[in-house]
Write a protein that binds this ligand. Structure first.
Ligand SMILES: *Cc1c(COP(=O)(O)O)cnc(C)c1O
Length: 421
């Protein structure tokens, strides 16, 4: 597979954009490649500017659960765009999407829309601190919550690949209220609460950590966090920027039957446009200006085109039995892929339709386990798949996603390519 035009495009891009990319993992450095430039996408097929095709399992980092350029979303957006694209004045579609989100995720009694997951998390934490009048937050190693200063501590995703635990440009004093514990480690969390419990505003967690690759909770870890936070008067924040509308319509909180105080959603909720949201109980969300003293705002927040795309996406996902079929299809595929790759020393972690192959002996339970994975072997595997038209998420520290647009034929093709690895 040749990519002369992508190569040329990259050389041009690096002259104007740091690393040639607007988000680091796209540079493909973790897998020893140079970036591929996309011309268009449809369903699960990406076509690059050289005309090569790839079956996509990254799906814009989990956005396109209904496939790229879904006709329902596309038609809704095309209609909406004729009316102007932003006013900085309320529109009906903002309420429609807010209503839909609160119906699907009932713990989000009130929601506010923002432009990115980063903003949603930043704002949810501000609400938690404003409400509890406490400063500390507790996060978990390998969990990624966007690139806000005080969360760039032991973070996953691109931060993990770059090998920076705390980014340059973030003063130590900015992260002094950020406590970190290993995921799935109840005892470590208990110890932190014994010392800081009455000063912890919130515990923030990805209910399915997916930014160190997929690492499922074990032994009721999420329920433990729920119980402990309640005991100490701290809030529990589920960062469902990936998992919201991914495993079930009701998010990971429905999947695990653990109800947080505040939730962030992103990726899927914007239907391919820059939108995310945070929400929770009415009394918490009433802390926000103009009702309360916690300031939060955005020029393009609740953008009508993004809201339209999100609403169209959620309407597609509301089809009866859709998640049961999707997750069943995923389970069969993942089991077959695991069968093929086992003798290569690969274990696949998965939850529903999210999965990550690790080059380790044992299924990782936390970030320390993840870091035992053979990154060179992962990169080799990724390049093999890429060379054969399969675009997996380009780092060990990410999740892959199966969408309703992946057909049995697509999945068989992947198994055949994996078989030749
Ligand atoms: C992607 C992601 C974010 C950040 O969202 P952006 O839209 O990239 O700012 C936050 N939390 C989680 C769990 C994510 O996966």
């Amino acid at each position: 597979m040749n990519r002369p035009l992508s190569q040329q495009a990259f050389e041009e891009a690096v002259r104007y954009i740091p690393g040639g990319v607007n988000s680091p993992v796209r540079a493909l450095r973790a897998v020893g490649e140079s970036p591929v430039f996309i011309d268009h996408a449809k369903g699960v097929k990406l076509t690059d500017i050289d005309g090569n095709e790839y079956i996509d399992f990254c799906l814009s980092w989990g956005v396109f659960i209904a496939g790229h350029a879904n006709p329902v979303v596309e038609a809704a957006v095309q209609r909406a765009i004729l009316n102007g694209t932003s006013y900085g004045i309320p529109t009906l579609v903002e309420t429609s999407l807010a209503k839909k989100v609160t119906e699907l995720i009932p713990s989000m009694e009130r929601v506010r829309f923002v432009n990115s997951g980063t903003e949603a998390v930043m704002s949810a934490i501000r609400v938690a601190r404003g409400y509890t009048k406490r400063d500390y937050i507790l996060k978990f190693e390998g969990c990624y919550h966007g690139h806000a200063d005080h969360l760039l501590v032991a973070a996953g995703s691109g931060v993990a690949t770059c090998g920076i635990s705390s980014s340059a440009g973030v003063p130590d004093s900015f992260v002094q209220y950020t406590l970190v514990a290993p995921f799935n480690d109840k005892e470590a969390v208990n110890h932190i609460f014994e010392e800081y419990g009455d000063r912890i505003a919130a515990v923030i967690v990805e209910p399915v950590p997916a930014n160190m690759g997929v690492v499922p909770e074990t032994d009721g870890f999420l329920q433990h966090l729920r119980t402990l936070t309640q005991q100490y008067g701290s809030l529990l924040i589920f960062d469902e920027v990936i998992t919201g509308f991914r495993l079930t319509l009701g998010g990971a909180q429905k999947f695990y039957a653990v109800t947080p105080d505040l939730t962030t959603v992103g990726k899927i909720v914007g239907g391919g446009f820059p939108a995310a949201a945070f929400g929770g109980r009415k009394e918490l969300m009433s802390m926000l200006a103009p009702e309360g003293p916690v300031y939060q705002a955005g020029t393009l927040s609740g953008n009508p085109i993004a809201m339209t795309a999100g609403l169209a996406t959620l309407s597609i996902l509301s089809e009866e039995g859709l998640y049961e079929r999707l997750n069943a299809k995923a389970a069969t595929f993942i089991a077959e892929l695991q069968g093929i790759l086992r003798h290569k020393g690969v274990v696949i972690n998965s939850v529903g339709n999210m999965f990550t192959p690790y080059f380790t002996e044992q299924s990782p339970r936390n970030f320390q386990d993840v870091n035992k994975s053979d990154l060179a072997a992962f990169a080799q595997f990724w390049r093999h798949m890429f060379a054969n038209g399969i675009y997996l998420s380009p780092s060990q520290f990410e999740s892959n996603f199966i969408s309703i647009a992946h057909t049995d034929t697509h999945l068989e093709q992947v198994l055949n390519v994996a078989n030749r690895f």
